[in-house]
Design a protein around this ligand. Structure first.
Ligand code: ZN
Length: 296
């Protein structure tokens, strides 16, 4: 089913990388720069992420002895340094997710470069280590993001949705490793509801959300894929939802044949496989196809 399944370490059937985007109030600030301070209830919902959910999630990871990846807008790291320090202290990866959740594909060339540089240096000042990876806020990867990430020394991107396994983006500046996911793995569709943030969905039960995610896991396990949920502490870290996720991690461990790894470790592994010839990635050209703006 997958043309080029990855040879995962120790014969594992699939790789699992829980990724959490710790957006906190950055998404409110960017949506309502002048009114965010007056949206007190929505801000409290978002602050639940760093203040209540992150310690709970870290407890579960410690319980199972796994290390995973967090993407943190640098503004959130500056506002909640204790959350980032706790992630680092437990050996998790902290990677980049914009400065204040600005959308790269709505910025000029110069502004995208400036915000990327500012976000990387500000995040490193808190985490103490350079970010290995990047995820575009709201998947808003621009047609120049790949080149800018290579220029900035980023080792992988996690914003795109083009495969079930890692692949390479071939650009004028070199090749960027892509570690993809997709919307079915995101927790906004089942869990997000906010009038202030203009996103209103019928909220699903944890079991209904996990029915989708477990189907995705079974398929990745059967065919050698990489299971990458895109979750948010203020949504998936709520009590009933995280209780279920905690149990499901245990179920994955009981299944066996799963490599739990940070995206940074997955990136290092697949680069090693490419170097020794044990795996061949699909290569996609960036930009993809000719610019059609002149004919539309
Ligand atoms: Zn985000």
């Amino acid at each position: 089913m997958i043309a080029n399944p990855v040879p995962w370490p120790n014969g594992a059937r699939c790789a699992v990388s829980f990724t959490f985007d710790m957006d906190a109030e950055s998404i409110l600030k960017i949506a309502h720069p002048k009114r965010a301070h007056s949206m007190v209830s929505t801000a409290s919902m978002l602050r639940y992420g760093p203040d209540v959910a992150v310690p709970r999630i870290l407890d579960s990871y410690r319980h199972y002895g796994i290390r995973q990846t967090f993407f943190v807008p640098a503004w959130c790291a500056e506002r909640y340094p204790y959350a980032v320090e706790a992630m680092i202290r437990d050996g998790h990866e902290v990677s980049a997710h914009g400065y204040v959740h600005e959308h790269p594909n709505e910025l000029s060339d110069d502004d995208e470069r400036r915000w990327l540089r500012r976000s990387l240096s500000a995040l490193q000042a808190i985490s103490g280590e350079p970010a290995a990876g990047w995820r575009a806020p709201l998947y808003n990867f621009s047609d120049r993001s790949a080149e800018l990430l290579l220029e900035a020394g980023i080792q992988y991107d996690a914003s795109l949705m083009g495969d079930d396994v890692p692949y390479l983006l071939h650009t004028s500046r070199g090749r960027l490793l892509e570690l993809p996911s997709h919307w079915a793995m995101d927790d906004w569709p089942p869990f997000m509801h906010s009038i202030d943030l203009d996103f209103q969905m019928p909220i699903q039960s944890p079991a209904a959300a996990w029915a989708t995610w477990w189907d995705e896991f079974e398929a990745m396990w059967d065919f050698g894929g990489h299971w990458v949920p895109v979750w948010h502490p203020f949504l998936s870290g709520r009590l009933a939802r995280w209780r279920m996720s905690h149990a499901m991690i245990g179920r994955m461990l009981d299944r066996g044949g799963v490599w739990f790894a940070t995206l940074r470790d997955v990136a290092a592994h697949v680069r090693g496989c490419i170097a020794d010839g044990s795996w061949t990635p699909r290569i996609e050209l960036r930009p993809h196809g000719p610019d059609t703006s002149d004919i539309l």
